[in-house]
Design a protein around this ligand. Structure first.
Ligand code: FES
Length: 274
């Protein structure tokens, strides 16, 4: 995982943790509000008036004369009247609370969405980006693309893996520097496009049937074996495997080998590009 991926992953994790923290804080505040009976602004205004009203009513004792019949005893208000007297805040459903909750949930949903999206964006790269295993395609189709009708070859370029897939004669593998390495499968090998001298991308030269570096003139044959120039070794290559008929390039496993003393293909086969 490169630096950019690590930073993006960190942002995603922070976003998810932030959303969790916000939800936890909102839930805790709501629980505290319920526990202590917190009232909203409207309820706090209304609350002090109710005891004062009751006190004023109590001090106004009815005056009863001898001729008047006693006033009928005041009956307690029906329960339905008490329900009407409670403010909406006492049920925790005021407009302010609703808006606060809606804002919190919206913000939390945004952060969660951002975090999940970031992880979803990174996940395939963690699995298959450069530095990991990359599916180059159906191995039969790759071979068909490499071998040309006139007998020449055209490397199969896998951009995501920065790799040229080229043929390799397995019958002579044991006598080469690649013997015992996991870099040849079903007659193919995968060359890293980076020149082993100073890192320039090495292009393919169709006429000479080799790789010729434009930076300082290093040359390699079609199997990536050193031929000429300041390069200290053969082109590096990646570990390969075939899974369910598909060529898998493991760009996390780089194999380097010394300059070839035994060449498996002739070079040049025509005019050089450099
Ligand atoms: S970088 Fe290729 S020859 Fe120097």
């Amino acid at each position: 995982m490169n630096v950019g991926q690590a930073v993006a992953l960190g942002i995603g994790i922070v976003a998810v943790l932030s959303s969790v923290a916000i939800f936890a804080l909102a839930w805790r505040r709501e629980q505290e509000s319920i526990a202590v009976g917190t009232l909203d602004k409207e309820a706090r205004k209304a609350a002090p008036r109710r005891p004062a009203l009751r006190a004023a009513t109590a001090t106004q004792a009815p005056t009863v004369t001898a001729d008047e019949p006693p006033a009928p005893e005041e009956k307690p208000a029906p329960k339905s009247a008490q329900v009407v007297e409670l403010s909406a805040a006492e049920y925790g459903e005021t407009r302010r609370q609703f808006l606060n909750r809606a804002t919190g949930w919206s913000f939390g949903a945004f952060l969660a969405f951002f975090g999940i999206t970031s992880l979803a964006f990174l996940w395939p790269r963690l699995q298959g980006g450069f530095g990991g295993k990359i599916d180059a395609g159906d191995i039969t189709e790759i071979k068909e693309a490499i071998f040309q009708p006139d007998g020449s070859i055209e490397p199969f370029y896998v951009a995501e893996a920065k790799t040229y897939v080229v043929p390799f004669d397995e019958s002579v593998l044991g006598s080469t520097a690649f013997a015992g390495l996991d870099v040849v499968v079903e007659g193919l090998t995968g060359l890293w496009q980076k020149c082993v001298h100073l890192g320039c991308r090495v292009p393919w030269c169709d006429s000479s049937q080799g790789f010729e570096c434009p930076c300082h003139g290093s040359k390699y044959n079609a199997a990536g074996e050193y031929e000429d120039g300041p390069a200290p070794r053969n082109l590096d290559r990646f570990a390969l495997e075939v899974v369910a008929g598909r060529l898998i390039i493991n760009t996390g496993q780089v194999r380097d080998t010394p300059r070839a003393t035994v060449k498996t293909v002739p070079y040049p086969q025509g005019v050089n590009c450099l």
